[in-house]
Design a protein around this ligand. Structure first.
Ligand code: AMP
Length: 300
């Protein structure tokens, strides 16, 4: 069983009200793989520039992440700079330098094409669709997207949505995509666009799942210190998809439990800059948090 992720590999600069870092390993595919690799072998597809220091992702290889889909191109690695406001649910992007990511045209290595689980992180929806068309016999495909694609490339995004099983987005994106103020009505509308599983992430307010006509609501794990929320969404996706692939089937119980794994991993991610906490974590750390979450949700 394996899980493939296609997304960004980046250097980030991040400012929070309390701390600042000028260059940290980031990117959606890196966060995703750092989380999912605790649960299942991961195949990564991305691109880096000549400035990228591959030793920084050696820990991923050591965890069984196949990096043969990570290509190097002439130029610089994708760079993103963001700042969090006092309410860390709010962030502004200060700079995006696409660099080698601008001409990213993901190609799945032959050995990735039959991977049963596939996650398409936030890239141009046409590229997401191209990747789906390269894969064969995939059992479950999920994707992320963002305001930029919803506003700028809606027809292509609709075509990609029609080809996936799952969508993970945040609450403001769900409202924008559906045109509905009520998240619950919005989710129904989004399901009509294609994905039978929709997950809406609401930061410290947890995440909502709709699957087989039923809602499931998972609270956020109570973190002692929210240090840097960057990557929490991608880490959630890595935990969610990693658990599903490990469970080996998509059903009511596995999808619900996968929400707890996504939540537990996201809570580890936000405790440090970059993937530092995820790098040091093991499966026992994650399972401890999953257990605490399930106790928090128990009725008796
Ligand atoms: P998240 O906080 O889960 O939205 O993920 C943040 C990560 O996504 C950062 O590490 C960034 O490098 C990366 N990122 C930010 N903007 C983009 C973009 N336009 N395309 C791809 N990756 C991005």
């Amino acid at each position: 069983m394996s899980l493939t992720v296609v997304g960004s590999v980046a250097y980030d600069a991040v400012e929070t009200p309390e701390a600042k870092i000028d260059r940290a390993l980031g990117g959606s595919a890196v966060y995703f793989a750092a989380a999912a690799s605790l649960l299942i072998p991961v195949n990564l597809v991305g691109v880096v520039g000549e400035d990228f220091d591959r030793s920084e992702i050696e820990f991923l290889r050591a965890r069984g992440v196949d990096l043969s889909g990570l290509t190097s191109e002439k130029g610089r690695t994708f760079f993103w700079k963001g700042r969090y406001l006092a309410d860390m649910n709010e962030r502004e992007t200060l700079d995006t330098q696409l660099n080698v990511f601008e001409s990213f045209d993901p190609v799945l290595p032959e050995s990735y094409r039959t991977s049963p689980y596939l996650f398409l992180a936030n890239i141009h929806p046409q590229l997401q669709l191209n990747v789906i068309r390269q894969s064969r016999g995939t059992r479950f495909v999920a994707m992320d997207t963002m305001n930029y694609w919803i506003n700028g490339t809606l027809p292509q995004l609709r075509e990609t949505l029609a080809a996936v099983d799952g969508l993970l987005i945040n609450d403001s994106e769900a409202r924008l995509l559906s045109g509905e103020n009520s998240l619950f009505r919005g989710i129904e509308k989004i399901q009509k666009m294609g994905p039978r599983i929709v997950i809406v992430k609401k930061g410290e307010h947890g995440a909502i799942l709709k699957h087989e006509g039923e809602l499931f609501i998972c609270p956020a794990y109570p973190v002692e210190q929210l240090f840097d929320p960057t990557g929490a969404g991608d880490t959630f996706a890595g935990g969610f998809m990693g658990y599903l692939a490990r469970a080996g089937g998509i059903n009511r119980a596995s999808v619900r439990r996968a929400m707890l794994y996504g939540t537990a991993l996201a809570s580890l991610c936000v405790e440090t800059f970059s993937v530092e906490r995820l790098r040091g974590a093991d499966l026992a750390d994650v399972e401890q948090r999953v257990e605490r979450l399930s106790r928090m949700m128990a009725l008796d």
